[in-house]
Ligand binder design. Structure first.
Ligand code: ATP
Length: 322
């Protein structure tokens, strides 16, 4: 193997840059030529490739976002788009590809492998932490710390006014950001897409402690079945008008910012391991870290959702927030 490519795809996440840096420098260490593909699968289709050297990744380990840019690519969903992408990779003499992205990116890579003979290895880059085969995804730790810091600030003002706050966090299909940050801020309740939402139960709990003059924080993942934070707050307000209710949507603040130490280190380990996996002849696998060890999980196994830890977390949250 002489030449490899690296790209970022899907939603950006803090730590992607640290991973790109590790791929580039590990590749160069092993005498590989490394190119960056701009804007995910879009740039692959258009042949938007740039040479990467050691200097091109200097001073990016601490920066959020991705220097290679990222995109969602409707064209790659079509067979013609994937065919064009394969032609571009062949034309450029690329013999191995490292994809940094989430479950959509790896589903795309798996479909692509039906026509593309060039091996692809993935690094899990998504703030959602919704992939099987890794304890951490790149950006998740930064995102939950961002949420935690923001909600700590909301708690100060909520406590001063005895207010009930509904805070909406990212998570269309996956509730781990809500769950983890909710526990870290001592939330009174957490609503996530993976579990059934019982608003009556929340209303009864709030009714039981309406005389207790203190703040209440409810964390809502954006994909919860009962609706977003505004919708849920409206319903609760109708049932309990005596509560002074407010809503905050944290939004894209959760994607940005300097990666935490954990994200920088894990991203570096994964990028490093991805290059070595390609060189060892692995293909169509996602690098992960489980129990502090590097793992390789086939794409088709990595893209299923994780469910089993939720009941434990939710039960604990309920007991601790009583
Ligand atoms: P995040 O978890 O942050 O949303 P992601 O990798 O899941 O990241 P997606 O937008 O779902 O982000 O996927 C990235 C790209 O992967 C899509 O824009 C599309 O080009 C490609 N892709 C996803 N699913 C498929 C598929 N079934 N076939 C071909 N390509 C796909």
């Amino acid at each position: 193997m002489k030449k490899i490519a690296v790209f970022t795809s899907g939603g950006d996440s803090p730590g992607m840059n640290a991973c790109i840096r590790a791929v580039v420098r590990t590749g160069i260490y092993h005498d590989l030529e490394v190119v960056g593909i701009l804007q995910g699968y879009e740039g692959m289709i258009d042949g938007d490739f740039i040479p990467m050297d050691r200097k091109s990744v200097a001073n990016i380990i601490n920066r959020g976002g991705t220097i290679l840019k990222t995109a969602r690519s409707p064209r790659f969903l079509e067979p013609e788009g994937r065919k064009a992408a394969y032609q571009q990779l062949k034309k450029a003499g690329i013999e191995g590809v490292i994809a940094i992205g989430g479950d959509g990116t790896f589903t795309g890579a798996r479909v692509f492998s039906e026509i593309c003979e060039i091996p692809i290895v993935g690094c899990p880059g998504t703030i959602d932490n919704d992939l099987i085969g890794t304890d951490y995804t790149i950006g998740y730790d930064t995102a939950i710390n961002t949420v935690m810091e923001a909600v700590d600030k909301i708690r100060d003002t909520a406590e001063s006014h005895n207010r009930l706050f509904f805070v909406e966090v990212m998570g269309r299909d996956a509730g781990l950001i809500a769950l983890r940050s909710g526990i870290a801020v001592g939330a009174e309740d957490i609503f996530i897409p993976e579990t059934k939402t019982d608003l009556d139960r929340l209303i009864n709990r709030l009714a039981a402690c309406r005389k207790d003059k203190s703040s209440k924080i409810i964390i809502v993942a954006e994909g919860d079945e009962a609706g977003g934070a505004f919708e849920i707050a409206d319903k609760v307000k109708k049932a309990l008008p005596e509560y002074d209710t407010r809503v905050t949507i944290l939004g894209h603040i959760q994607r940005g910012g300097n990666p935490t130490c954990m994200d920088r280190v894990n991203s570096s380990r994964m990028g490093f391991a991805a290059v070595e996996a390609l060189m060892a002849g692995k293909r169509n696998v996602m690098i992960g870290i489980m129990n502090n060890k590097v793992t390789h999980t086939p794409f088709e196994n990595a893209t299923k959702h994780l469910q089993e830890i939720y009941p434990d977390y939710l039960r604990m949250m309920e007991i601790l927030s009583l």
